[in-house]
Design a protein around this ligand. Structure first.
Ligand SMILES: C[S@@+](CC[C@H](N)C(=O)[O-])C[C@H]1O[C@@H](n2cnc3c(N)ncnc32)[C@H](O)[C@@H]1O
Length: 115
């Protein structure tokens, strides 16, 4: 069976999540801003990166590599388009995290605010 996340347009997802009556996008954004720099790591990974909410907090001077993992390749394409200045830092990984052994690179910090 197809994962429903493969069929939800990014704009539908984000428009709902940022509604004033929901505000989850804003909350996850704040959490990520904190988590990226809470520990002295150089390699971080964001599970369920969607359209890259929170990646604007990535400072390439402090983080060498940030992996953004998602199963929706359209979301990953949106991430790449939104953050061209992170081309050397942001590595987008298409993977299904429910797979028995998802093929993920090593990272020092895993952020999974919601996936
Ligand atoms: C609630 S949204 C992500 C929230 C995101 N971190 C944000 O701040 O907007 C969940 C994300 O997880 C992804 N996802 C859901 N199931 C997944 C799976 N089995 N493997 C990989 N990604 C998955 C979806 O495509 C979606 O982008």
């Amino acid at each position: 069976m197809k994962n429903p996340w493969e069929t939800i347009p990014l704009d539908d997802y984000e428009s709902h999540m940022k509604l004033d009556s929901v505000r989850q996008l804003q909350t996850m954004n704040r959490l990520m801003a904190d988590q990226f720099y809470r520990y002295p790591v150089r390699i971080a990974m964001v599970l369920g990166v969607a359209g890259g909410n929170g990646l604007e907090h990535v400072d390439p001077e402090r983080l060498k590599t940030v992996y953004g993992v998602d199963l929706n390749r359209d979301y990953l394409a949106a991430c790449a388009a939104r953050y061209p200045h992170l081309a050397e830092t942001l590595r987008l990984v298409e993977a299904d995290l429910t797979a028995a052994e998802p093929d993920l690179p090593p990272a020092e910090l895993v952020i999974a605010t919601c996936w």
